[in-house]
Write a protein that binds this ligand. Sequence first.
Ligand code: ZN
Length: 610
Amino acid sequence: MIGRCLGAGFLLLLSAAPLAAQKPTTPAAPAALRSAPLTNLRYDVTFDSASAARRTIKVGFAADVGGTGPVLLSLPAWTPGAYEITNFARWVSNFTPTAGGKPLSWDKLDYDTWRIQPAGAKELTVTFDYLADTLDNAMAWAKPDFAFFNGTNLFLYPEGRGFDFPATVRIHTQSGWQVVTGMAAGPEAGSYRDTNYHDLVDRPFLVGRFELDSTEVAGHWTRLVSYPTNALTGPARALLWDQLGKMIPAMAAVYQETPWRDYSVFTVFTSEQGGGSALEHANSHLGIYNPQFVGTPLLASITAHEIFHAWNVKRLRPADMWPYHYDRPQETTWLWVSEGITDYYADLAMVRGGVVDSTVFLNLTQGKMTEVAEAPPTALEDASLSTWIGPTDGSRYLYYPKGSLAGLMLDILIRDGSDNKYSLDDVMQELYRADYKKGRGFTSSDWWRTVSRLAGGRSFTDFEAKYVNGREPFPWSDILPLAGLRLVTDTVRAPQVGIGMTQDTAGSVVITQVQPGGVAAQAGVKQGDRLISLGDVAINDSTFNDAFRRSFGRSEGDTLRIKVLRGRDTLTLNGKIRLVDHTEEHLESDANASPKAARIRAGLFRGRGR
Ligand SMILES: [Zn+2]
């Protein structure tokens, strides 16, 4: 998953002192408990204008019961890809189990689990209402003419019986409304079927009125679905199709395989969403965007990130997360690969596909360097582990930019060690074949052995200790010249506000640090405030950087209006503009690179076309 704010580039201008990091905690797993065996599992989901008016999805569950013991049914606590505990049972009401039309006795075993006494019944039915009021791509959200939901939200599973059971889903809606999902069609009209629960809950549904068209990309059917119907039309829709046609082949070239039968790009555009955020699945992704994302490179970037996940994390993933479990956090030290390296390949897919040029790629890379430099020094492994508890010091999502940069370093070192014969592409492809294709996750030794061998036998023990498990700054002055790249420092006089910020998964900008004595502190800005605008320039304005500098670049002492959301209150706070000499770095190609370094640089930008 990834969340981004339109003004993301500018956040990095603002510096503040780092705060102390927090320690991760490990919640205990619940005791093993087993449901009576269930077979022939069926789910019936009803969403029409009547249920939409109540923002409610009606859910029916039916199964055949074996044995005589209680039936234990649970809903997941999280959706894979969104590494936070949300407990979908929270949104359930009117839970009603019956057999032969008669109510069955039940109670709660824990907050995610219902215990039903089947009283000898050979078949049982459960109905409940699910409140679809949460605009989050891991959850369920309804409007008068539309809803999306994830299988993790609605689909009960029997406790302690594993996840290898087939199930059928039927969707009931009204005439004129459409249904779309990555699930394969089932035996009857309007039904869908999967062979196991992992796949079943990995295919979100959209029901209602939306725009849908399809075309073949890289030899496979690709669907583009957008809500509302007028959100993504004309040239902006054509642009996204063009970008998909360029980026997907560039990503498939890494693995030399397009693993899906069909792929669906699900998009929801609403001003209720501050930024843009999307969540990956094996053959689809669901993105929720502020309408200002339409037609921007950011939309292409998030789209590339989620599609690359179809290989990296949905298929090739760390052994810690293989297989998924749904009732508790599934910690791993490897999100820097699953998320960070995915984001590296999103940038590569754009430059290799020709969606952006190499200058934009280098600017994106440099932006990540600044983002890391401004955050508290945090080990990649620790940031991966801690994301489940949502650290408040600005390190929560650091495994995205810092993991992306670790990917660039590894790519350069492998190319350097093999005279550009091998690259990070080969690591990804080899592990995909050696681990995912063999039905398992990759281990630490799988990863580092492969990296080391492809880099000509060079040891990465020191690299891992310093830059993955440790907090040492990345050695750019040693690494970049190997790929014919260099960082150039410029001094500019620019306004300084004195805040550090991060984005939450919805794309809102949260202030994590307020520099003591700085402009924001004197204006009364507090840690935890959500930033709406600075100097009347909206934080979600895609041209924020330019607009802000144009307005305040030469105006020492002018009033700076800082608009924030504190709790439910919108506050306008006044500060005084302060200009400081600010050094900025930019990353560029070095015209004097050695022939080997120039080949490596070209290899990065071209991928397997080298
Ligand atoms: Zn992601």
